[in-house]
Ligand binder design. Sequence first.
Ligand SMILES: [Ca+2]
Ligand SMILES: [Ca+2]
Ligand SMILES: [Ca+2]
Ligand SMILES: [Ca+2]
Length: 98
Amino acid sequence: MGRRRPGDDPDSDNDGLMDGSEIMSYSTDPNDFDSDDDDYSDGKEVIEGTDPLDPNDFPLTQSIEGFNIIYIIGFTAASLLLITFVKIKKKNRHLFYI
Ligand SMILES: [Ca+2]
Ligand SMILES: [Ca+2]
Ligand SMILES: [Ca+2]
Ligand SMILES: [Ca+2]
């Protein structure tokens, strides 16, 4: 442990996870790009937070749900900011002209 040289821990199946990580951390197959055959590579599933060993858990639906939630929150926040800004502007202008 502690010594790292190029080639010591290769990514044999080129899925973005080192062979050592696949065996030690994720229990995935270091020689299989997509261990559960759901069309998403082991590396992609780890990045997206889905289970690389569960073919019913894959990134697509979760990404779409996450995107919608972020979009709704962002849109709501932007609308509230705009309403607040317009109210303040009207109030200030009113005071100014009195
Ligand atoms: Ca790999
Ligand atoms: Ca793999
Ligand atoms: Ca997969
Ligand atoms: Ca999966």
